[in-house]
Write a new protein. Structure first.
Lengths: 112, 467
């Protein structure tokens, strides 16, 4: 078994999830079943293969000029004002569960 | 409408009446945007009254998947955590459709954060397949496909990260197009996996899909991944002949796990393309079987990062009475996310965590290169590739809900195109004995939507008995 209850606790912690006992048990089972399937990838020798993080990467790697120019993603001059005006204060705050009218409010971060 | 035989307002009202009557049995819509729709319809009617030429989509009623942001209209992404979220800006694809005169009827149901293949992961309610209400419509754009199939919108927008436009289109018997990565701006799309997310149309006909794509495609300064390329007139391109086009058939897509009735329908479609003058070429895409594991590492890793923003501070749901900030984050996310979303956040976080990054995430990125190369090599020999869209027709509600892996395998023929960033379309190709629709998938080269639309259109015309 790849993933233990301890691993689930550790990962839940990283992901800012709590998970109840039942969810944790289910997670151990599901993650192990999915990761077993993912082991299929180990059949492949990828030691000399470049990783691909974006669709455009592939073209840079293979240096296919006639294709790579097509992926000339979005370089632009800096614009002082930004592409769109900043949201007014009240609009930026309209969806927050709690605010004091100027700031987002959250529970205490540091105990005194 | 131009001749003032029917008004845009009357048409919108007629669609709302049909939604009121039929949608309770289907569940396609989550939120109706009546005020916005009737305002827009009023503008179109005024143009017609003044005798002005209407814009190309003047008065056309559309629906959009609820992962697309709409100013002043609630946008939930099918999730409790965004249950009361009202965006302050519009998604570019939607703005472009409205600028062309389309009328937004409302927001369509989907799997939570577009994660699922059956629409059963919606936090609100499932969607039923209009062709058989005991079956799922597919996912994650299940509402978008069902609405078109049930005539509750003329066209809809969906999003596709692993097959979420093409698979539900196949299950509901409609056309679904995923454009090339970068062809359509994603500004305003609630992000799931940023290197894989696409926006595209679901429609009744291939021509309608071409019309919508022509409207939404093209560079948008608000999305740095949108490509700066001219947009062809996809509708005019449909008229070009298909004779002599080389169509690849990959044996990896016709192997084990394929439903025999789906196989028959797809093989018949391939014969039809041959009759139309296409040259059928056998090809191999040897890394196909690695696509699902590759996808579920990359998509979940990116999702774990994208979904970190839902913390109960700036928008959306917040758990009550937490004593500390950390407790508030955890309980907000625990109460706000559904089971599948949590599972994917956990898998993605695990794959990115110290000690596992190379074994899982980096490995998957390398296999992604191999899958993309398969397509590159194939497209040196052929102009398009045809496959089944899905291994089976629509399955029953609840059939796969308890088994995440079985659900993931529903996307086995669609995830490859998302990983490679190439365009794909699903077009109806007959039905099974139980009258369930089957979809034919046509894949093309990067930014060559014109060719796959052309092949799909020629097939559709040949397959539809002329009236």
């Amino acid at each position: 078994m790849k993933v233990t209850a301890k691993d689930v606790s550790y990962v839940a912690d990283l992901a800012n999830l709590e998970l109840n006992e039942e969810e944790r048990q289910r997670m151990v089972r599901d993650l192990n079943s999915i990761l077993d399937y993912i082991d299929l990838l180990n059949e492949l020798d990828t030691s000399s293969v470049q990783p691909m993080a974006q669709v455009s990467d592939q073209y840079a790697v293979d240096q296919l000029e006639q294709h790579s120019h097509r992926f000339a993603y979005a370089m632009r001059e800096d614009i002082k004002e930004g592409l769109r005006k900043s949201l007014p204060h009240d609009v930026a705050l309209q969806n927050t569960p709690e605010s004091d009218g100027t700031f987002f409010k959250v529970p205490k971060v540091i105990e005194r | 409408m131009q001749d003032r035989k029917v008004t845009a307002s009357a048409l919108a009202e007629a669609f709302y009446a049909k939604i009121q009557k039929d949608d309770p049995q289907i569940g396609a819509y989550l939120i109706l945007s009546g005020e916005r729709a009737l305002e827009q319809a009023g503008r179109i009617d005024q143009l017609a009254t003044r005798g002005e030429t209407l814009p190309p989509l003047g008065g056309v009623p559309i629906g959009i998947k609820d992962v697309l942001s709409t100013r002043g209209v609630r946008t939930t992404a099918g999730s409790k955590i965004l249950g009361n979220y009202v965006p302050s800006y519009d998604c570019t694809a939607v703005s472009r459709l409205e600028a062309a005169g389309a009328i937004l009827l409302g927001k369509l149901n989907c799997d939570e954060f577009a994660m699922g293949s059956s629409n059963e992961n919606s936090a609100w309610h499932p969607v039923r397949n209009p062709r058989d209400p005991t079956r799922v419509p597919g996912g994650s754009s299940g509402g978008s496909a069902a609405a078109v199939a049930a005539d509750l919108a003329v066209a809809t927008l969906g999003s596709d990260t692993g097959g979420s436009i093409r698979q539900p289109a196949s299950f509901c018997g409609v056309v679904g197009l995923m454009p090339t990565y970068g062809r359509v701006s994603r500004y305003g799309l609630v992000a799931f996996a940023s290197s894989l997310d696409h926006i595209g149309p679901l429609t009744k006909t291939v021509k309608d899909a071409a019309i919508v794509l022509r409207t939404i495609a093209g560079r948008d300064p608000m999305d740095s991944t949108s490509a700066d390329l001219p947009v062809p007139d996809y509708v005019a391109e449909l008229q070009k002949p298909v004779q002599g086009l080389k169509i690849g058939v990959a044996k990896e897509y016709l192997g084990e796990g394929l439903d025999p009735e789906v196989r028959n329908a797809v093989e018949a479609a391939i014969q039809k393309l041959e009759k139309l003058g296409c040259k059928i070429v056998e090809i191999s895409l040897p890394h196909t079987k690695y696509a699902i594991p590759t996808y579920y590492i990359i998509a979940t890793a990116e999702a774990s990062s994208n979904l970190a923003r839902f913390d109960g501070v700036r928008y959306g749901y917040r758990a009550r009475d937490a004593r500390t900030l950390s407790e508030m984050y955890r309980r907000t996310r625990d109460e706000g996310f559904g089971a599948e979303v949590k599972r994917r956040i956990m898998l993605g976080t695990y794959a990115l965590s110290a000690g596992y990054y190379d074994a899982y995430y980096l490995k998957a990125q390398k296999v992604r290169t191999l899958i993309t190369r398969d397509f590159e090599q194939a497209f040196n020999k052929v102009d398009a590739i045809v496959t089944p869209t899905c291994p089976t027709p629509a399955f029953k509600l609840g059939e796969k809900a308890g088994d995440p892996l079985a659900m993931y395998l529903a996307d086995i023929y669609t995830v490859t195109a998302d990983l490679a960033g190439i365009p794909g379309i699903s077009v109806p190709c007959g039905q099974t004995r139980d009258k369930l629709p089957v979809g034919l998938q046509i894949l093309g080269r990067h930014f060559d939507e014109a060719t796959i639309l052309r092949v799909a259109h020629a097939y559709e015309q040949a397959a539809t008995p002329s009236a």
